[in-house]
Every structure is written in C-alpha cells, then in structure tokens.
Design a protein around this ligand. Sequence first.
Ligand code: ZN
Length: 111
Amino acid sequence: MEKFVQSYVEFRNMLLSTLGAAAAEFPEDSIATLYAVMLRDTRDREIAQMRNGGAKPQVHPPETTPPVCAVHGVTMKWRSGTSKTSGKPYAFWSCPEKNPDGSYCDYKAPK
Ligand SMILES: [Zn+2]
C-alpha cells in the first residue's frame, strides 16, 4: 500500500474495488478490522521513521576492502558517529593500535 489512506470511506472503497465480485460478501466488521490494522501499521512506520530521523547518523563503510595500517600492519577499523566535542559527524578508517607513547595511531588510509 503505497499511498496513505486518509479515511475509512476511502479505504473501504479501495478494498471493495480490489475485491470485485467478492466485495458483496465481505463483512463490514472485517473491513473495520483491516482499517484498524492499516492505521496501526502506518503509525508504527511513522514512529519508526521519527526514531530513525532522531538517531545519530551512521555512515556505513565504503564497499571496499579495509585498508591496512602501514605502520602496524593491521586491518584498520571503520569509525563513524558524531563528535562529542564539535557535534560534527565523522566517518573514517582508523588504526586500532596505539603508538609506543600511548597515543592512538594517526595513520591515515590513502584515498
Ligand atoms: Zn597504526
């Protein structure tokens, strides 16, 4: 059901036209039940969309083989999210290893 159905009457007309000859034997109660289910599904979908819209952006890794850190020789990890400090979204490959001084490896994968 692509189109959002505005009213019960509209839904009923659509359903009955879909049923064709069988429409005459289709109980009114069943139409009402189907309409309630359709409304619930629509509402659930809208809630899901709202939740998705409110969620932090997730950027999926590119469809390529993960790069390997030239310093440590390990497969790099895809990191994405929103910076707590700047509030800006980020998405990049990062080496999970640390340098001898304890800082994270800042090797950048070549584009
Ligand atoms: Zn590294």
